[in-house]
Design a protein around this ligand. Structure first.
Ligand SMILES: Cc1ncc(COP(=O)(O)O)c(C=O)c1O
Length: 415
């Protein structure tokens, strides 16, 4: 029995009523982006219809209302992830921008040639390319922790690579391909004991698990609103108190300054020092409605629901001949992301067949090309679940995969 009343939840998501190719939509691409409940859509419309104004600047009523709502969401966000203060929350465009902010504002200030940034082989390109660019600019080196055959981080490898020159460990909390949930609290403890900071890429964890930044004791945590029922165009960077104050600004312009002279300037207080220009006011406000929705369900219930559905999917896919599933077999060690291949069939062909069944999955390298190479494939199909998914939608997925196996049998049995 699910810990979430899925039937009730589905009524809140208008898009779930639509059909695709004459079949009910089965949306299993939640790791890419999630659907939005009516309350989030309404919050956007309500803002534009009632108090659209620029924030932090005007003394008029509309601006004051918009500023108050925007800043309320900062407080809500802080509460949602257990941040000690709302000043620890910077709004960005997405996880990618949050990580780039750290690479620029912290990395360029503190990294010296020969310093090391420790990553893992399972990182999304968003948590790889910013460090490659930074390494090129600073002379720092990148190191990578490997995984075992089930896609779990090799702890010995981590301990070995965490050296005296490691300044930062930047690691995904939950892999967007393997589903692996990494032990970020233990990672932070060991990294701190050896003098390194820790950035947690929470793009896949914050939407799906109870995450407490204070309890994890990480230094930075990055995540995206659009992967947790909120609108696109809003990301969050949490930073441990004190760090934002000492780092350099990222983008320069209006809002982030205090006093401006022709040749030099001083900076606004944190977190506004990192929010240059007019922010994404409407979407931040609507993100507040997404947080409220998830709080209403309870993150423990969200996690329990996804565990149930993932366990069911793993069992069902294992019964289809030629299917190879990646990631840990134990659902306690993984989230609701199931990447798989069907023999030698290209996942794009598989995705196309599934789409004819109304089933939306992702097919490709999932912005994790080094991980694909490590797994020995070029791409995978990926089903990913959320609060509105039902077990019978997994049945539709598996039916579609079995149909693809029959249709492309000559290809799939070659494996
Ligand atoms: C683990 C992980 N990190 C980072 C990102 C990047 O998120 P965004 O595209 O919202 O910046 C994603 C998106 O899929 C992800 O899954």
């Amino acid at each position: 029995m699910s810990s979430i009343d899925v039937r009730r939840v589905r009524e809140d998501f208008p898009i779930l009523a639509r059909s695709v190719h004459g079949r009910p939509l089965v949306y299993l691409d939640n790791a890419a982006t999630t659907q939005k409940p009516r309350s989030v859509i309404d919050a956007l419309v309500h803002y534009y219809e009632n108090y659209n104004a620029n924030i932090h600047r005007g003394l008029h009523t509309l601006s004051e209302e918009a500023t108050a709502r925007y800043e309320e969401v900062r407080l809500k966000t802080a509460r949602f992830i257990g941040a000690p203060a709302s000043q620890s929350i910077v709004f960005t465009r997405n996880t990618t921008e949050a990580i780039n902010l750290v690479a620029h504002a912290w990395g360029r200030k503190y990294l010296r040639p020969g310093d090391e940034v420790l990553l893992t082989i399972m990182e999304h390109h968003s948590n790889l390319i910013p460090w490659q660019l930074l390494a090129r600019n600073t002379g720092a080196k990148l190191r990578f922790v490997d995984i075992d055959d089930e896609g779990r981080l090799l702890w010995d490898d981590f301990e070995r690579l965490l050296g005296p020159r490691t300044r930062l460990v930047s690691v995904t909390h939950m892999s967007n391909v393997l589903g692996t949930i990494n032990p970020v609290k233990d990672i932070a403890e060991l990294a701190h004991s050896r003098g390194a900071l820790v950035l947690v890429d929470g793009a896949q964890s914050v939407p799906h698990l109870p995450v407490d930044a204070g309890a994890l004791d990480c230094d930075f945590l990055a995540f995206s609103a659009h992967k947790m029922l909120g609108p696109t165009g809003v990301g969050v960077l949490y930073a441990r108190p004190g760090l934002l104050e000492e780092m350099d600004p990222f983008l320069g312009g209006g809002e982030m300054i205090s006093r401006v002279l022709l040749e030099e300037s001083t900076w606004n207080d944190v977190p506004w020092k990192y929010e240059a220009g007019t922010p994404n006011i409407a979407d931040v406000i609507a993100f507040g409605a997404a947080i409220e929705y998830l709080e209403g369900l309870g993150m423990d219930a969200v996690r329990a629901h996804e565990k149930e559905i993932t366990a069911y999917a793993l069992r069902a896919l294992a019964k289809v001949p030629q299917v190879v599933v990646y990631g840990p077999r134990d659902v306690d060690a993984r989230g609701g992301v199931v990447a798989f291949n069907l023999g030698d069939l290209h996942p794009h062909d598989l995705g196309t067949v599934l789409d004819r069944y109304g089933v939306a999955v992702r097919a490709g390298h999932h912005c994790a090309q080094p991980l694909m190479r490590r797994l020995g494939c070029v791409a995978t199909a990926r089903a990913s679940f959320y609060v509105y998914n039902r077990l019978d939608e997994v049945d539709a997925l598996v039916e579609g995969v079995a149909e693809a196996d029959r249709f492309f049998g000559h290809v799939t049995t070659r494996a």
